[in-house]
Design a protein around this ligand. Structure first.
Ligand SMILES: Cc1cc2nc3c(=O)[nH]c(=O)nc-3n(C[C@H](O)[C@H](O)[C@H](O)COP(=O)(O)OP(=O)(O)OC[C@H]3O[C@@H](n4cnc5c(N)ncnc54)[C@H](O)[C@@H]3O)c2cc1C
Length: 432
């Protein structure tokens, strides 16, 4: 009696990747999105940075694996897109060594454990490779109203670690469109301006109601609604057994002219700096994006995803000025440009890729500002989990494992469980 084998709620990068993976397993998949286009939710605002360093072994393993998917995007998709394909700029990522991150000793141990290459740079090498930087320390990060804001503390930083398996994807919304086209080629259907308004019943999933009046039947529903994830979970009545919940966090990203260094276009990498608490990446057309690493002095802006301020605030200026501490030639433009978007943050900043208490209801949520990169692998991981549960596997009692085909490791999916305890190794920030 079902119209489809599975309904995916949300056509963001992770929803589209999940639809692709399920369709490739021969499920009849329908993706519903209340928006007008694929990837036009929080994915569109993503900095789309690809990097292998996370705070946990599994986090690093999954992220390193994702590099290989983006590196061979065309082959992974297997079909063309009339809009063209998103491009992975594999420029690498440089992370400052600071006392606060233990001079990245743990990060290098994690890279060794997953066989991921990196280079340990002293300050001289760092300034040779990225000559527009300063190595002065400003720690701890401060808010603009602190009289010491922008004052160096007299120390200098000893260098950085460079991770080759990283960079950024040129257009996150286009990459989602690419995934949609691949999913359609595998049989999936996408419907836009179709808002899920009800998930009826309280036992086995039977389907959803769209736009208040249309019943669509399927025995599997996957919540990939990004910052709306908790609202969808409440609709499904599945929050009672979840120890980890999700909520929407407002963030601004600044888009500014790149520093006026003639070697910037050739040499720039993704750059992460916990000393000033700003991360940057090059953007085409000699621009740079600046995002925040959520220092303790910044008050988090938890919001209702249906009601938040899309205008820039002081957060934007603070970001640009923090980046300017590390890049002294960076100007502060008079006109704010960039994006204002939402992270879907879990309680420990690690996503939930899991089943639920309701048979047939799954979730790929809590992506915490750091899971764009993992979307193609997360889609396949979700498909493996969903099929195992459909075939009677008790994932809560005996967690499904997922093999990473490029890097050869296995991930125990209880790492992403909805009812885990807070992971003590997490950075509790966008770094994951
Ligand atoms: C500012 C910013 C910077 C980021 N930078 C990075 C980065 O550099 N690297 C990285 O790896 N990650 C980054 N991320 C995180 C990454 O972009 C997200 O994890 C990812 O895009 C989430 O994709 P998604 O498909 O889960 O959600 P979304 O893209 O938000 O998609 C969810 C979809 O669900 C739809 N929806 C919601 N409710 C309903 C409903 N009731 N019915 C139907 N449809 C519904 C929405 O319209 C939306 O299209 C960043 C995120 C932000 C916001």
């Amino acid at each position: 009696m079902s119209d489809y084998d599975a309904i995916v709620i949300g056509a963001g990068v992770i929803g589209a990747a999940t639809a692709l993976a399920l369709s490739r397993k021969n499920l009849r998949v329908l993706v519903l999105d209340k928006g007008a286009e694929a990837g036009h939710g929080s994915t569109a605002g993503s900095c789309a940075i690809i990097r292998p360093y996370y705070s946990t072994l599994d986090g690093c393993a999954l992220a390193y694996e994702s590099h290989f998917y983006w590196n061979d995007w065309e082959a992974f998709l297997g079909v063309p897109d009339e809009r063209g394909l998103a491009r992975y700029v594999n420029c690498g990522c440089t992370v400052m060594k600071t006392p606060g991150n233990g001079h990245l000793k743990r990060a290098m141990e994690l890279m060794d454990a997953i066989d991921c290459p990196y280079q340990d740079w002293d300050a001289e090498t760092l300034l040779d490779r990225l000559p527009w930087l300063s190595t002065q320390s400003y720690f701890p990060p401060k808010s603009q109203d602190d009289p010491a804001f922008g004052e160096p503390n007299g120390e200098t930083l000893p260098g950085a670690v460079f991770f080759e398996a990283g960079g950024y994807v040129t257009d996150p919304a286009l990459s989602t469109h690419n995934l949609m086209r691949a999913a359609e080629a595998a049989g999936a259907e996408f419907r836009f301006r179709a808002q899920v308004t009800e998930i009826p019943g309280d036992g086995q999933i039977e389907g959803v109601i769209a736009n208040g009046n249309e019943t669509i039947r399927a025995p599997i529903v996957v919540n990939v609604a990004g910052p709306h994830s908790d609202k969808i979970n409440q609709m499904a009545g599945v929050t009672h057994d979840m120890t980890i919940r999700t909520r929407a966090l407002r963030h601004e990203v600044a888009h500014v002219p790149a520093p006026p260094d003639p070697s910037f276009a050739e040499k720039a990498t993704v750059f992460s700096d916990s000393d000033t608490s700003a991360y940057t990446r090059p953007e085409r057309g000699e621009f740079m994006l600046i995002g925040s690493e959520d220092p303790d002095c910044d008050v988090p802006q938890w919001v209702d995803p249906d009601e938040f301020d899309r205008d820039f605030t002081d957060q934007w200026t603070t970001l640009v000025m923090r980046a300017g501490q590390r890049v002294p030639t960076l100007g502060v433009p008079s006109q704010a440009r960039g994006v204002v978007e939402l992270y879907d943050v879990s309680d420990d900043w690690i996503p939930i890729y899991d089943k639920s208490s309701r048979p047939g209801y799954f979730m790929a949520i809590g992506t915490s500002g750091n899971q764009f990169k993992n979307a193609p692998v997360a889609g396949e991981m979700m498909a493996a989990l969903i099929l195992a549960c459909r075939d009677g596997h008790d994932h809560d009692a005996d967690p499904v494992t997922f093999d990473l085909k490029h890097t050869g490791r296995s991930i125990d999916l209880s790492f992403y469980s909805r009812n885990r305890t807070i992971n003590p190794d997490s950075s509790m920030s966008v770094l994951g």
